[in-house]
Design a binder for this molecule. Sequence first.
Ligand code: GLA
Length: 371
Amino acid sequence: MTPGTASGAVPDAGVWAAPGRVNLIGEHTDYNDGFCLPFALPLQVTVAARRSAPGRWVARSSWASPAVEFTADGLAPGSVTGWGAYVAGVVWSMLDSGLDVPGAELEITSDLPSGSGLSSSAALECAVQRALLDLGGLSVPGREQALLAQRAENAYVGMPCGVMDQSAAVLCEDGHALFLDTRSGAVSQVPFDIASRGLAVLVVDTRSPHRLVDGEYAERRSSCEDAARQLGVAALRDATLPDLGVLPGLLRRRARHVVTENQRVLDTVALLSAGDVEAIGPLLTASHASLRDDFEVTVPRLDLAADTAVAAGAFGARMTGGGFGGCVIALVRSSRAGEVAAAVAKAFDAAGFGAPETFLAVPSPGARRLS
Ligand code: GLA
């Protein structure tokens, strides 16, 4: 990438935000060079930042004390841990790419629940990064911003995620879902103003803790890489269903999820582009089944929430994000959202699960300066 310098006035201070996301469809495809279709939430991380002495950063958050402080000297993966690693990781990644990152004091707040699979980590990274870019008068294209933040998470925090969450946090637009080709970096904004059509995406936070830093996510990723190697392709993006027969059983199922999920993303985008929103419902439900049966990243609460939502009249429902807990999304008629949410709450109660949280997801803008 080519670090650039922005023209125009460089602020000394300001307030920046980056959103969480749900992924409409295209799960565990991003690290296979595949397709995904996230949209940003109105829930976000907000950073009030001011430029300060060069080579030193201080970050305070509303959810943890004490403040995190670090300097450019000795900044390396592992040098800051806990939530501060996301901040230090961004500074490290930016410095490492040759950007002249200004020293800064950062006050961070968030209305995004963490551990719910709504991408609070990427929101934190991208809000901090956007603040530092603007305070430094630095201009970096959106795709490169997403890659820099992903590198912070991969190489500094140690979570081998793909680029979907950071891309959503940077590139999403109001009223649209982001169709992302993770191989080429090409994006297109797919109109998703479903409220005007009497539809809504209901998010059910199952409140089962999801921990992606644990080994399961990394294990899925390396199974996919292993499958691609055995097939002799660069990534599972390049495989077709008939190719998969040569793989041993478990790898075949993992790869089948990725191959079929990529196709479901393309089919979803085609339906949305044709204005046929309700028709994506069965694709969402099929995605959940594939994540449950072939990729094995669902848990009983996710399955119960998705099944109950569909039984209660949703057009389709699926887990969203990495899995192993977190959230389900359901496409519903707006007038029936309350009924579907109540059915899920009742089913959770009957199963002895704690009450889920539900809210409607409105497609919102990506990272930006607020003031
Ligand atoms: C997490 C990762 C993403 C993506 C999803 C699964 O959210 O951060 O890169 O792999 O899981 O689609």
